[in-house]
Design a binder for this molecule. Structure first.
Ligand code: CUA
Length: 160
């Protein structure tokens, strides 16, 4: 079969377009995928939190002039820190929470902020908030996690 020169050109162009499309789809899948991995705090052995640098000693840690990291264990039924001792950070700081669970799925919501995430055993949830005004925030679990779910709450204090 004879193919006209223009048809050959269009055929070549459409192959190039298909390759570009495949490339962009592949790149798109890899790009955000990598970003999502770095946005989450990664994987962890839920049965060995006491062997993890962050969660063996849940705490607030200053990591920069105005930035803090908070390592939180969400458990049946409370947050450590948060429930017995409040999470305390200074005003005008950037606070990144790393939260994990040793038992079942919990929620971690700092009421009135954009911090609201599921906490899955084996995974570390990561979420960052700006703590600007001094005030007190409630922390709640919004995933049903058992009989004590409704009492699973804590406090964050942004202080001057
Ligand atoms: Cu923990 Cu509901």
């Amino acid at each position: 079969m004879h193919i006209h020169a223009y048809e050959k050109l269009w055929l070549a162009l459409s192959i190039v377009l298909i390759l570009l499309l495949i490339g962009s789809v592949t790149y798109g899948a890899v790009g955000p995928g990598i970003a999502m991995v770095s946005d989450s705090g990664g994987q962890i052995d839920a049965t060995a939190l006491d062997e993890d640098d962050r969660f063996a000693d849940p705490r607030v840690e200053q990591v920069g002039e105005n930035s803090y990291e908070v390592y939180v264990v969400a458990f049946q039924y409370g947050f450590d820190p948060g429930t017995i001792d409040p999470i305390v950070v200074p005003e005008n700081s950037e606070v990144t929470f790393y939260i994990t669970s040793p038992d079942v799925i919990h929620g971690f919501e700092v009421v009135g902020t954009n911090a609201n995430t599921m906490v899955v055993p084996g995974e570390v949830a990561e979420i960052t908030v700006e703590a600007n005004e001094p005030r007190e925030y409630g922390i709640v679990c919004n995933e049903y996690c058992g009989a004590g779910h409704h009492d699973m709450e804590g406090t964050m204090e942004v202080v001057t």
